[in-house]
Design a protein around this ligand. Structure first.
Ligand code: SPV
Ligand code: MG
Length: 431
């Protein structure tokens, strides 16, 4: 009997999947590959079921003879093992980043005379409705909130990009690229105090209050499903922080990062050029501990950010604080630096990791931007935050267009700098 292979990553079976199995049956016995979480998250939606649950879901589909695990988006291993006579897939992979997977399957099949069957992708009312339900589920607070911790278990390094509006949220949510055979996407979003303030034309001094920050978070949450890390500045008064922890948790934010400064906060990128005061270890530990006591779920993370290197207080001070904040209950440590090279960050992380293998480490490589994600991961860093790049890309582009229109007394000259609205609208989902 001939064999037919197909790979699934879905957590909900709809008519499209049943159609694939029905068609596959006509050619032989059907083997379904369950794509692992690790392989899924680089290009697909985040899994809503565990791999075990997905396996039993696929085993229960009428017409499926066997389910195997596919541990890579590329088919090399499964095809080498199973040598199926046919691979069957929807034609939705004929465009976009997944084209490279299709190419991989075609050349593997060619090497031994296997055949690819492509079905036109089913997109009827019921499929669209099922798909929407899945997106809705991913965006619900209880699902979104825990996703940062889940991503930490799956990804070698969790990649987070700044979002300060619905539109930038959509860019963070939907950008998927293929480069040199690797398909990738961001794992989450950073709601930066700097960008949230700048977008309002205000300085980054905790002037934009929590109510306004929550408005930004709502706008982003309305149109995305990925987890959110909030830049919580100093956390404010401990008496206020505990209420904000509850609010953030209830809304489905995954983590808040608070920095060990006190008084009028200024942005860290100013370093010692402006007056900035670091909080005492004792006070800041109390704030962390109070936040942890207020928290109701196990999903939410309070991450302590250390400003010792920014304020030139030295490595020993930074490490002392890191261990104290961890012992006070912090779920992670963010170490910040404004040096052009990552040496002091690496030094900190290596020394921290000697004593603590588990507590997640977070960095924001704005100044030391030549560092790669692989290098960061090699030094035990778990989360990288690209904290302000989308805002910094938009600002000069907008300014230039404004100047050109003024110079030319019309808009024709800027046409090449503009994206047609038709393309922008494509990002925006219709209900
Ligand atoms: C932010 O994005 O607001 C941050 C990171 O706090 S930094 O601007 O580098 O201080
Ligand atoms: Mg900030």
């Amino acid at each position: 009997m001939k064999t037919v292979y197909t790979c699934f990553s879905t957590g909900v079976i709809h008519e499209g999947h049943l159609n694939i199995i029905r068609e596959a049956r006509k050619y032989g016995s059907v083997i379904v590959g369950a794509l692992t979480d690790r392989a899924m998250v680089s290009f697909n939606r985040f899994p809503t079921l565990t791999i075990e649950e997905r396996i039993s879901l696929y085993e229960g589909i009428e017409g499926v003879d066997r389910v195997v695990v596919q541990d890579d988006m590329y088919y090399d291993e499964v095809i080498e093992e199973l040598h199926p006579d046919y691979v069957i897939h929807g034609d939705n992979w004929c465009s976009g980043p997944e084209m490279i997977i299709r190419q991989n399957v075609i050349s593997l099949l060619e090497s031994y005379g296997g055949k690819l069957i492509e079905l036109s992708y089913t997109r009827n009312e019921s499929v669209i409705k099922t798909d929407r339900k899945l997106i809705e589920k991913l965006s619900m607070p209880e699902y979104r909130r825990k996703r940062l911790k889940q991503a930490l278990n799956i990804r070698p390094i969790v990649k987070v990009i700044e979002a300060h509006s619905g539109l930038t949220g959509l860019i963070a949510e939907k950008t998927v690229v293929e480069n040199k055979g690797v398909i990738d996407q961001f794992d989450g979003m950073w709601v930066s105090s700097l960008c949230d303030s700048t977008d309002r034309g205000k300085p980054d001094i905790e002037l934009v209050d929590m109510t306004s920050r929550l408005r930004t978070i709502e706008d982003i949450m309305d149109v995305t499903t990925k987890p959110i890390i909030l830049d919580g500045d100093t956390g404010g008064l401990t008496e206020h922080f505990v209420y904000n922890v509850r609010t953030l948790e209830r809304k489905g934010v995954s983590a808040v990062i608070i920095e060990d400064k006190t008084g009028l906060k200024k942005n860290s990128l100013f370093g010692t050029e402006v007056e900035q005061t670091q909080d005492t270890i004792e006070n800041f530990c109390e704030k962390i501990a109070a936040g942890k006591r207020a928290q109701l779920t196990d999903d939410f993370m309070i991450i302590a950010r250390i400003e010792s290197l920014i304020l030139e207080k030295g490595m020993d001070d930074a490490l002392k604080r890191a261990f104290a904040f961890r012992d006070a209950g912090a779920d992670g440590i963010m170490i910040h630096s404004r040096k052009k090279v990552p040496d002091e960050i690496f030094d900190f992380c290596d020394r921290f990791r000697k004593e603590d293998k588990d507590t997640p480490l977070v960095v924001v490589p704005t100044s030391f931007n030549s560092v790669t994600e692989d290098e960061l991961a090699a030094h035990g860093i778990n989360i990288v935050i690209y904290a302000n790049q989308l805002m910094r890309a938009a600002f000069p582009a907008m300014q230039r267009v404004a100047e050109e229109i003024l110079k030319n007394h019309r808009a024709l000259e800027v046409d090449d700098l503009l994206m047609p609205f038709k393309e922008i609208i494509r990002l925006i989902d219709e209900m």
